[in-house]
Design a protein around this ligand. Structure first.
Ligand code: ADP
Length: 486
């Protein structure tokens, strides 16, 4: 099949979170299964696309959209990219969703509107590249209008228009803009109401995609159920319930070429399930890098966006109790100023036990996964989450909440002593967190049981193969409906 994967980010070129990793790994896994996959993404300022530039494709000039070009690049590893170059629209690689486009109300919607417009074009016979996608796979709100444009094309009588898949990586981010943007974005009249972009008097790019995509996926089975309920539906649970037959929860995998303690070039010492000695060396190296003294008590790791979603406030509130028990904590992340300040204060108050790095640092992230004894992820909601899978692969049993992909990927050793791979809190609250940490400390006191726990996590298969096959089945079913419509 010919698949266009459209995304606002793709590691290592640009990454702010889990989508960046997925966008790098899923196309690779699909290619391994024999499909033609092209990744379409913006060419942000300062981005280093690497690879070999094959050609520059001018896009048809229109009065609607700013002038733009496609740069076709093939990476040495075989990945095939189309970079959408439009300096007027896209900002700097350091803030891919940052402010861009000034002027009329709704103007800020134009950059990702343009990305979606170009994606849809590649799904039609007028594809400017000469290569027409059969499937346009749109990821998160920045690509939300692509399914709508494709549907509009089909309704206007366009023949052999690609089928669309809309994937929700996090329903909390919806791309909501002033309704005036509807004109700027060239949304056809039938799609201007509640069946299209309209969301409480505004325009929602994600809603457009959810309403008009041929299929919707999200990144774990549990999250697919949770987002159909008001508590985690962020105002879109009704839309999702109405489309529940087209909604699929396909669990993300991890890129085992990038996140693998046997081959990771960013960590102090490589190790594997048969020889955990290397893990101790990584722990020592991490303590050294963080300026923490040696200790017999567990070293805890935390990496990610510092937000309430991730339960960072629970960790901060529970810290005095944890630190009194001798735990150490290494934090890497950036996010809410209030949480950043509280963490810095904690590090200042407990310099021998807490180290905080504010910022984004890929190599430190690998070193924390390899060097920490346990990883904290007490999220309030978590569509899939990647760090809990990395942690298990690195022999770093995670502490998670029973929500979304965390519930689908971590088995609770407290409830299932023979199968558990981590510690699962029933709820994201203080009592559950404190209790999980008490269980952890008890198990830590039994080194053999702890090693068994580590090994079980390391032996789990979190690779992309399984998920990629499920996506292929879904695409194939959609392509069949296209064929039967002709
Ligand atoms: P989310 O997408 O909600 O932010 P995920 O767990 O799905 O969370 O994915 C986060 C990804 O981003 C992981 O690969 C994680 O290691 C990485 N990451 C998050 N924050 C940082 C940071 N400050 N430095 C390095 N990597 C980070």
């Amino acid at each position: 099949m010919k698949i266009l994967f459209v995304t606002p980010e793709c590691a290592p070129l640009v990454k702010t979170g889990g989508l960046g990793d997925v966008a790098a790994a899923l196309p690779k896994a699909l290619r391994m299964l024999g499909h033609e996959v092209v990744t379409l993404m913006p060419a942000y300022g300062g981005m280093q696309p690497g690879g070999t530039l094959q050609r520059v494709i001018a896009l048809p000039r229109t009065a609607r959209w700013p002038d733009a070009q496609l740069l076709e690049v093939v990476q040495p590893s075989g990945e095939h990219f189309l970079f959408l170059s439009c300096p007027y629209a896209f900002g700097d690689v350091k803030s891919p969703y940052g402010p861009s486009g000034a002027g009329a109300p709704g103007h800020a919607a134009v950059p990702f509107g343009l990305l979606s417009h170009v994606a849809a074009l590649i799904g039609t016979q007028r594809s400017p590249t000469g290569w027409q996608a059969e499937i346009v796979h749109a990821n998160d709100w920045p690509c939300g209008l692509a399914p709508l444009y494709l549907q509009a094309e089909r309704s206007a009588g366009g023949s052999s228009v690609a089928r669309s898949v809309m994937t929700i990586h996090n329903l909390a981010f919806q791309g909501v803009f002033p309704i005036e943007a509807t004109d700027l974005l060239n949304v056809a009249p039938p799609y201007r109401g509640v069946e299209g972009v309209e969301f409480w008097g505004q325009l929602s790019m994600l809603k457009a995609g959810l309403q008009q995509a041929d299929a919707i996926t999200t990144v774990s089975p549990t999250y697919a159920r949770e987002i159909q309920q008001p508590a985690l539906g962020f105002g879109l649970d009704g839309v999702l319930r109405a489309r529940s037959h087209q909604l699929h929860g396909l669990l993300n995998g991890i890129d085992t070429e990038v996140w693998n303690p046997c081959s990771d070039g960013l960590i102090a010492e490589r190790y594997d399930v048969d020889d955990l000695a290397g893990k101790a060396k990584n722990r020592a190296a991490l303590r050294k890098r963080a300026g923490l003294p040696d200790s017999k008590q567990p070293l805890l790791g935390l990496i990610g966006r510092l937000t309430e979603q991730k339960g960072v406030d629970l960790i901060i509130a529970g810290a005095p109790r944890l630190l009194a028990k001798g735990f150490q904590l290494v934090v890497l992340g950036k996010g809410d100023a209030r949480l950043e300040d509280a963490l810095l204060q904690l590090a200042a108050a407990y310099p021998r036990q807490v180290h905080v790095t504010l910022g984004f640092d890929e190599s430190l992230a690998h070193q924390i996964e390899a060097g920490a004894d346990s990883f904290l992820m007490p999220s309030r909601f978590e569509p899939c989450g990647l760090n809990q899978m990395y942690s298990q692969a690195y022999g770093t049993p995670p502490v998670v909440t029973a929500t979304g992909g965390l519930a689908d990927t971590v088995a609770d050793v407290t409830r299932f002593p023979d199968d558990g791979t981590g510690f699962v809190m029933p709820r994201a609250d203080q009592a559950s967190f404190d209790q999980a940490m008490d269980h952890l400390l008890r198990l830590w006191g039994n080194p053999r049981a702890w090693q068994t726990l580590q090994r079980r996590g390391m032996q789990r298969d979190f690779g992309w193969g399984n998920a990629a096959r499920q996506y292929v089945d879904l695409y194939a079913a959609l392509v069949r409906t296209t064929a039967s419509a002709h």
